[in-house]
Design a protein around this ligand. Structure first.
Ligand code: 8YV
Length: 328
């Protein structure tokens, strides 16, 4: 067939990505950059061949159930696919793809940035300077944070991003520990000098910093529940660049405010874009607005992946980044 497939893109993408998509497909772009409404999403799956959603679009069974005859592909612009009901899509013969690999290093950089910024009180120091308060000068006992070198980092979820964080942490002199569904091959463990903990509870109780790198699935929802958060020592820190839903955010906010956890570095939130006001107010918390993969280079790479997935699928082949329910 020489008619181009109709591809609906829910958000504004980088100009170069949009241009390329317009060349290849009958691309319907969202001109004003805001999340699509339910009605618009339904309209899209009724009329299009392909939908390109992002983390801000919930493609649930209600939306999928209204898909038209020719709707065959959800090509997510993003790695996490917790916004998509993959099982329902596949049951209706709709393929789902994501963009793994290209945002690994950027996300790991942001996690490492938070692992350094929170214990070293970077943002408190900066806030002091920006407020232009009278600085009486250096003092031996002022603005003291905690050393990172030699400390134990506990990584939850040792996939691509977790391993990229492990490499960085090792270079900073941290001891790497991890919890994962499966233990890594010995060769990789040796390379990363990483210690495996089968029991998450036991690992939590012994770490100085915890960093989350697992996907959000029914099995990881509130993995860090109020009970588990209590296992973390009061002088330890927690960093999350994965998904807010993995932590019971209310419990975390309460514990940080009460001094039961030393501090948190958060890029993602349980009810995005809403953020618990207690977290916003606390000096012990560094918050950034879901910026883990937010580099210009990363966004072009993600766009490139989306295009390859759509093109491969439309050419009748299996797209490279197909997501299967068994992977979740
Ligand atoms: C993306 C992310 O920017 O890829 C992911 O899983 O969380 C983000 O880095 C977002 O998903 C875009 O849809």
């Amino acid at each position: 067939a020489n008619t181009k497939p109709i591809v609906v893109v829910t958000r504004k993408l980088p100009d170069a990505v949009e241009t390329r998509m317009r060349e290849l497909f009958d691309t319907r772009l969202n001109v004003d950059d805001r999340p699509m409404s339910q009605a618009e999403l339904v309209e899209a799956v009724k009329t299009a061949d392909v939908l390109v959603p992002t983390v801000t679009d919930r493609i649930d069974s209600h939306i999928i159930s209204q898909a038209g005859e020719k709707f065959k592909l959800i090509a997510n612009f993003g790695n996490g696919i917790d916004n998509i009901d993959v099982a329902t899509a596949n049951a209706r013969n709709i393929t789902v793809t994501n963009t793994p690999g290209v945002l690994t290093e950027d996300t790991a950089d942001m996690a490492m940035t938070l692992i350094l910024a929170v214990p070293r009180r970077l943002m408190e120091g900066m806030a002091f300077m920006k407020e232009q308060k009278e600085w009486s000068g250096w003092s031996p006992t002022w603005m003291l944070g905690n050393r990172i070198w030699g400390k134990r980092l506990g990584i939850i979820g040792m996939g691509r991003i977790g391993q990229a964080v492990a490499r960085r942490a090792k270079a900073f002199g941290m001891q790497v520990h991890y919890h994962n569904r499966r233990r890594l091959p010995e060769k990789i463990e040796d390379e990363l000098e990483a210690t495996y903990w089968e029991s998450l509870d036991q690992m939590l109780a012994r770490m100085d910093v915890i960093s989350i790198h697992c996907p959000h699935t029914p099995a990881t929802y509130h993995l860090l529940s109020a009970r588990r958060l209590k296992l973390i020592r009061p002088e330890s820190y927690i960093v999350n660049t994965a998904r807010g839903e993995v932590i019971d955010e209310n419990a975390l906010a309460r514990m940080v405010v009460n001094g039961e956890i030393a501090g948190a570095g958060l890029d993602v939130f349980e009810h995005e874009p809403a953020v618990n006001p207690k977290l916003v107010k606390s000096d012990r918390v560094v918050l950034i607005p879901h910026m883990g993969s937010a580099t210009k280079e990363g966004r072009s790479d993600m766009g490139e992946k989306v295009i390859i997935n759509i093109k491969t699928f439309m050419d009748g082949h299996r797209p490279p980044d197909r997501v299967l329910p068994s992977m979740l």
